[in-house]
Design a protein around this ligand. Structure first.
Ligand SMILES: Nc1ncnc2c1ncn2[C@@H]1O[C@H](COP(=O)(O)OP(=O)(O)OP(=O)(O)O)[C@@H](O)[C@H]1O
Ligand SMILES: Nc1nc2c(ncn2[C@@H]2O[C@H](COP(=O)(O)O)[C@@H](O)[C@H]2O)c(=O)[nH]1
Length: 206
């Protein structure tokens, strides 16, 4: 399979509460872009309304550690007391089918993905400010005061990593952030198409 035919791997990171899930849902509802969401595995307890196999695959720590041992994860990280990871089989199979795969993961995991898939597209979603980030995570109402504090502490470390990404997109408004990500993905497809054409021409000349 040529570089062009394989799907594009898109990695979206950003601090907890910045709006990754909200922007992703907006992006996935767009008719002119087709992305496949990679459902992560986690040891975190489900939030109200979260469904196993839709939002996450919810596992015990023992089950998760077994997945690590059996090399079933493309990447994994411990984030604020819980494990999170990306099942490798789904990502590989879907990319092979020529479909684009979308990962929504924190920064430690994203850096592991970069080592395995350096050609992936890395996008960091940034909040307009730290105070707005705090407001969003508090307004969501899914975490205790202690967990919000820990997630905001992690957010400061994550924001320092944004330079390691190919693009930084501000999530000031969901629709705008969604359009910006769409434009980045479409531009990357055009670039890959041109590289593939040039490569094909080169082979014809030889
Ligand atoms: N542009 C925005 N303006 C105002 N509120 C927003 C915006 N984007 C998202 N929100 C709100 O912020 C809260 C957090 O959003 P969301 O759950 O999507 O964040 P997240 O980055 O996926 O968080 P986590 O990493 O913890 O899962 C939600 O209540 C959401 O409605
Ligand atoms: N490294 C990974 N991080 C992941 C994965 N799935 C989700 N996440 C990130 O964890 C935090 C917390 O998520 P929450 O649902 O508890 O709010 C957030 O930044 C997610 O994007 C994964 O597979 N690997």
């Amino acid at each position: 399979m040529s570089v062009k035919e394989r799907g594009l791997l898109i990695v979206l990171s950003g601090p907890s509460g910045v709006g990754k899930g909200t922007v992703r849902k907006a992006l996935f509802s767009q008719p002119d872009i087709q992305l496949q969401y990679s459902i992560s595995v986690t040891t975190r307890k489900p939030r109200e309304g979260e469904v196993d196999g839709v939002d996450y695959f919810f596992k015990t720590r023992e089950q998760f550690e077994q997945m690590i041992r059996q090399n079933e994860l493309l990447e994994w990280a411990e984030y604020v007391g819980n494990y999170y990871g990306t099942p490798i089989d789904y990502v590989e199979k879907t990319l092979q089918e020529g479909k684009d795969v979308f990962l929504e993961i924190e920064v430690q995991g994203a850096m592991q993905v970069r080592k395995v898939f350096p050609e992936a597209l890395f996008i960091f979603l940034a909040p307009p400010s730290l105070s707005e980030l705090r407001k969003r995570i508090e307004m969501r109402g899914t975490e205790s005061e202690d967990l919000i504090r820990d997630r905001l502490q992690a957010a400061k470390e994550e924001l320092e990593m944004m330079d390691a990404y190919d693009y930084v997109v501000e999530n000031d408004q969901v629709e705008l952030a969604c359009e910006r990500i769409k434009a980045i993905v479409m531009a990357e497809h055009c670039r890959r198409e041109r590289v593939a054409q040039r490569y094909k021409k080169m082979l014809e000349v030889e």
